[in-house]
Design a protein around this ligand. Structure first.
Ligand SMILES: Cc1cc2nc3c(=O)[nH]c(=O)nc-3n(C[C@H](O)[C@H](O)[C@H](O)COP(=O)(O)OP(=O)(O)OC[C@H]3O[C@@H](n4cnc5c(N)ncnc54)[C@H](O)[C@@H]3O)c2cc1C
Length: 453
């Protein structure tokens, strides 16, 4: 074996998964097609659950630093630091479950530093994946052997195709041309027009397109698209990082086929509306990493890995649902204009506003457990304050860097399977390594301990 787990793709999800595997005491190997990291400024924000997951691993200071600049950029580009649903910028961020405004290349640098002890081979595009009873052979330049492979290779995932995963869903409703644009002279205002939308998102500018077009996008196409939508003749001096993308929403029915797993965009694609892709993908990695570790260390049976699909598929489904709803609200036409006005009015109601914030952050997602587990069991634990028996104050994320489970209790308990932290103001709580509450104080934690550890 060249490694315990081969991770295909050194995007954010692959890097975080590899670091989680290392922390779990198993040996990952990352194979990445690109020779150097991508500087494409895709995502600019990280949802609350992913923010908390990275804080739990000691990356909080770096995120907080990046957030200062990221928030300034957001205010400059959108005239607001509020979140949006279908470009209705009204969502008040939750102070107790903060997101991070960070550009994706910066996030990938932070994650690459975090995964510094992991073998990452760049310039190694995977072209074949074959499973047998003992392991998997992954071909990238040469053949590599491991027990498992995880495709974290993005929306067009080669691993997904090679391993024969189905990828059902809905085709694109809206198609966009986008790129980094420098105009000379007058630029029409951004917004909705009768025939489509003209979008400014900082250096990225886009227009919606009436039909699919498989051809590469040119500067002339872009200028013609702006004219078609706004009626204005623009002069485009520079058009870089150009691309066409659609808001198709697809998800694999199961995230595992034998020894092959998928995580991140490889398992689910949807429109970028509401900035949820990273939140979803990094949480896939957080969910899968410790479980693979437990199985590879021989502490859990193979079937334990099936809980990965059981828990993460519904989370993906929920994002596909809300991004489809956002696409419907972004379509052109007077009927949608009227619907948008009504949704915007509803968002002014504080309770509704909180609903949209929670919907996009995933904090309402709750895993189903195979044992009776009253709320908040199944939810991701926020970064709570902890006061120990000596009155010393700390926060949850200061106790989670080991990547082990955690029992927060005011009792003097010895439990070798997890770390035990004295807490008089919260709990008792049993947390899994991915920050999910496994048990919350009712009865004994024995069943929860046996199930997860
Ligand atoms: C315009 C835009 C804006 C967005 N805004 C946001 C946002 O604000 N917030 C948010 O959360 N999300 C946002 N997203 C989505 C977010 O960018 C993705 O969800 C995220 O990049 C997914 O990470 P990933 O690691 O799964 O895949 P990727 O980032 O696609 O990484 C996959 C990696 O695999 C490598 N790879 C591919 N094929 C192979 C192969 N055969 N062999 C080896 N390596 C391979 C690739 O080179 C790449 O490095 C946005 C997306 C777009 C397009």
């Amino acid at each position: 074996m060249d490694a315990d787990v081969i991770v295909v793709g050194a995007g954010p999800v692959g890097l975080f998964l590899a670091a989680e595997l290392k922390l779990a005491g198993v040996e990952p190997l990352v194979l990445e097609r690109l020779k150097t990291p991508s500087e494409e400024p895709k995502a600019r924000g990280l949802g609350a659950l992913a923010t908390e997951a990275l804080w739990r691993r000691g990356l909080g200071e770096q995120l907080a630093k990046a957030d200062v600049e990221g928030t300034k950029d957001l205010a400059r580009d959108h005239g607001s630091t509020r979140g949006h649903f279908a470009n209705i910028f009204k969502i008040v961020p939750r102070e107790d479950r903060p997101r991070t405004n960070i550009w994706q290349p910066e996030l990938e640098r932070v994650l690459a530093g975090h995964a510094a002890g992991v073998r990452v081979l760049r310039g190694h595009g995977v072209t074949a994946v074959e499973s047998d009873v003992d392991g998997v052979t992954v071909t990238a330049e040469k053949a590599w052997r491991a027990k498992y492979v995880v495709g974290c290779d993005g929306g067009r995932s080669t691993v997904r195709k090679l391993a024969g995963f189905e990828f059902p869903g809905t085709p694109a409703l809206l198609r966009t041309i986008a790129g980094q644009v420098r105009f000379a002279g007058e630029v029409p205002p951004a917004g909705r027009y009768p025939g489509g939308a003209f979008l400014h998102g900082g250096s990225m500018v886009g227009t919606t397109e009436p039909a699919a077009n498989p051809e590469p996008v040119t500067t002339a196409d872009f200028a013609a698209s702006v004219r078609r939508i706004t009626g204005a003749d623009v002069v485009v001096e520079e058009f870089r990082e150009e691309r066409r993308f659609g808001d198709q929403a697809r998800q694999v029915p199961g995230y595992r086929r034998g020894r092959v797993f998928l995580a991140g965009d490889a398992a689910h694609v949807h429109s970028p509306s509401g900035g949820q892709g990273l939140n979803l993908g990094l949480l896939d990695a957080a969910n899968l990493g410790w479980k693979l570790g437990a199985v590879l260390r021989g502490e859990k049976p193979e079937t334990f890995l099936d809980t990965y699909t059981r828990e993460r598929h519904p989370a993906g489904e929920a994002v596909l649902r809300n991004t489809r709803a956002q696409s419907a609200l972004l379509a052109p036409g007077p009927h949608v204009d009227a619907l948008r006005e009504i949704v915007a009015e509803v968002m002014d109601l504080p309770e509704a506003n909180r609903y949209f914030a929670d919907l996009l952050s995933g904090v309402r997602d709750r895993y189903d457990f195979p044992y009776p587990a009253p709320k908040p069991a199944g939810e991701h634990c926020p970064d709570v304050e902890i006061v120990d028996t000596d009155g010393h104050e700390s926060r949850l994320h200061e106790h989670t860097r080991t990547g082990r489970g955690l029992l927060l209790t005011s009792d003097h308990v010895t439990e070798p399977r997890v770390d035990v932290v004295s807490a008089t103001n919260t709990g008792p709580l049993l947390l899994r390594p991915d920050g999910v509450i496994a048990w919350a104080g009712e009865g004994s934690p024995a069943t929860a301990l046996d199930t997860w550890f």
